[in-house]
Design a binder for this molecule. Sequence first.
Ligand SMILES: [Zn+2]
Ligand SMILES: [Zn+2]
Length: 277
Amino acid sequence: MSLEVPASQQSRCAVHPEQPAGGTCTRCGSFICADCATSVPGLGVRLYCAACAARPEVNYLEALRQRYWGRRDEWAWVVAGVTLLLCVGVAAAFAQWGLSATKQSLFPLVLLLPVPVGVAFFLGKRWARHALLPTPLVMAVAADVLYRDGRFLFFLCAIPGLFIALRIHRDARNQLFFRLPVSSGSLKLLWDLRFNNPLARQALHFGFSAVFMPLLAPVALICGAVALTRVDLKATPPIDRRGQAITGIVLGLVSPAVWGFALLPVLDRWLSSMVYK
Ligand SMILES: [Zn+2]
Ligand SMILES: [Zn+2]
């Protein structure tokens, strides 16, 4: 970025010749006016022309979007797996009890209700994204109609399903699979979660777990140490999470010390009781 071009030189914007240029694009070097100057989140004060700011090699969020665009995410596979399990379950139920005209024997058919939604979801049909939301409730209502005695249980079972469906519906990575527009804020969060030193986050998790399970302390230490070597503040975009890596290391060091201190008297008493026996 260079904004110190003197006005007397009368440089003009490459896109808007009627506008004076306020600087040059960091990538291609063409003159840009105030309207054209575009910043990329996470890349500091660097300014680009609009065309360069949209390029995946400059805009890592755009690269992330292209990387996941139309590609199945973890949720698509989870939905496919559950759909398959339901089919196998129904097939097993009918193999065991056969098909008769009674209401109770139709009960396994309730499990087949979400199958078309699951298949369409896996194939990336957008309507299935919305249809997944009410599916647990529809199943509970259908089960209730067929089997009046267990009504409360069905709706209770539907609640976790509703929460998971809502979570899938709001997931930015899943929206990219369905080729839906995702805001740069959500893309930034997704990048942060998956590419901004995820090992440091693991180190923190293991560090906290080590407080209760001191055997995990070495794992926290190793993850924290490796994560620290991955910190690169000069990279574009910068890789950080130093705080989490250091916290993981500290917890990994403190936890065995505290446990040792607490267990030493117990161990000592146990040993001496063994000796005096
Ligand atoms: Zn440019
Ligand atoms: Zn311009």
